[in-house]
Design a protein around this ligand. Structure first.
Ligand code: NAD
Ligand code: GLY
Length: 358
């Protein structure tokens, strides 16, 4: 097992990465300091892994809430079902919530934990690659609003993250690739060596070689933990984790939540951000082609869906990086180096939105 620490002073916590971790009862129970436990999962993950988790919790009162699968259910309405259960079962402020699932369950579970009685402890058990390398780490919790992705949320750190790589065996190929989009992101924004490794080892990731997956998860989490430790609430450097997300969120919201997987939208969005970086003279065209090629290698889309530039711009103007309503995006200065968010000329942005087509 590999163990990393997200260093946030008195709110520091470990990330455990390895095979068969759900079998290690004490890993979970060590972080629970109450009798009352609520597991939040969804109707795909619960039939696969809920029993394994509850078996580790025989000494506790365990209830669960099962959310319908899908990004379209990342809503306040579903979070309210979590509150209903916590209240109906008279759960106290020292109760612990466990989020067992992908990023949707993790973001929603974390948000419910942040709000219930102004904050109860929670544990992330991420079950997708995307959640293991990104969403379970760093304490961003949220639900979507019809007018904007992740617009209702809180920063709220978990007690620990348990990334059991064995659960990735049941993940559909398309979801695996979506997770690789966020893995590539770390290479692009700050880790050129890792980017080289990805270019060489993509096949091993796609064929789920255990060592390759564990390495990619660990290296991604090291990158994320360093950034989060430096800038927990995104007043600066943390924003670079949003490379491709301003475009990607617009695609997700504009096409209807769930049409594109989050990682797919991020892949396309990153190519759009690379195109914009080229148009602004920050990145050579040859680097942009390398980025496209890497996403293709990961079996990810690079061609944007049909959506007018006006609609993109309208959607991109609802983004947490914006200042005074002005769109700000993360651009690339080199392969392995992202720049802090910046406003861009609307004409050049429109060129990317109308002319870049993969
Ligand atoms: P997801 O949670 O929808 O999971 C993807 C699919 O895989 C779902 O159908 C799910 O039921 C299924 N699944 C999960 N684990 C499985 C397993 N082990 N075996 C079989 N099927 C399994 O999506 P995701 O890609 O994990 O997460 C995307 C979400 O994460 C988005 O809402 C995005 O906004 C959010 N996100 C948050 C952060 C953050 O910092 N909080 C970062 C990145 C993404
Ligand atoms: N996924 C972006 C962040 O955690 O900041």
């Amino acid at each position: 097992m590999r163990e990393l620490i997200v260093d946030l002073k008195d709110r520091s916590y470990p990330i455990y990465i390895g095979a068969e971790l759900l079998q290690q009862k004490s890993l979970l129970t060590h972080h629970i300091h109450s009798k009352q436990v609520l597991v939040v999962s969804n109707d795909v993950v619960a039939p696969l892994y809920l029993e394994q988790v509850t078996q580790a919790l025989t000494d506790y009162t365990v209830k669960h809430v099962i959310i319908p699968d899908g990004e379209q259910n990342k809503t306040l309405q579903q979070v309210n079902r979590v509150f209903d259960s916590l209240l109906e079962n008279k759960y106290s402020r020292n109760a612990t919530l466990i989020a067992l699932g992908g990023g949707v369950v993790g973001d929603m579970g974390g948000f419910a934990a942040a709000c219930y009685q102004r904050g109860i402890a929670y544990i992330q058990i991420p079950t997708t690659l995307l959640a293991q390398v990104d969403s379970s780490v760093g304490g961003k919790t949220a639900v979507n609003h019809p007018l904007g992705k992740n617009m209702i949320g809180a920063f709220y750190q978990p007690q620990c993250v348990i990334a059991d790589t064995t659960v990735l065996n049941t993940l559909p190929d398309r979801e695996l690739s979506a997770g690789i989009a966020e893995v590539i992101k770390y290479g692009l924004i700050r880790d050129p060596e890792f980017l080289d490794w990805l270019q060489t080892n993509m096949h091993s990731l796609l064929t789920r070689e255990a060592e390759a997956l564990a390495y990619a998860i660990e290296r991604s989490c090291i990158n994320k933990a360093e950034i989060v430790s430096e800038d927990e609430r995104e007043s600066g450097i943390r924003a670079i984790l949003n490379l491709g997300h301003t475009f990607g969120h617009a695609i997700e919201t504009g096409m209807g939540y769930g049409t594109y997987l989050h990682g797919e939208a991020v892949a396309i969005g990153t190519c759009q951000a690379a195109d914009l970086s080229c148009r602004l003279g920050m990145l050579p065209a040859s680097d942009m082609l390398k980025i496209n090629e890497l996403f293709r290698q990961a079996r990810l889309p690079v061609t944007p869906p049909e959506m007018s530039a006006d609609k993109y711009i309208d959607l991109m103007s609802v983004d947490k990086k914006n200042v005074d309503g002005n769109i700000r995006v993360i651009l690339l200065e080199a392969l392995g180096k992202a720049a802090l968010p910046q406003s861009v000329d609307t004409q050049v942005l429109t060129q990317t939105l109308t002319e870049y087509n993969g």
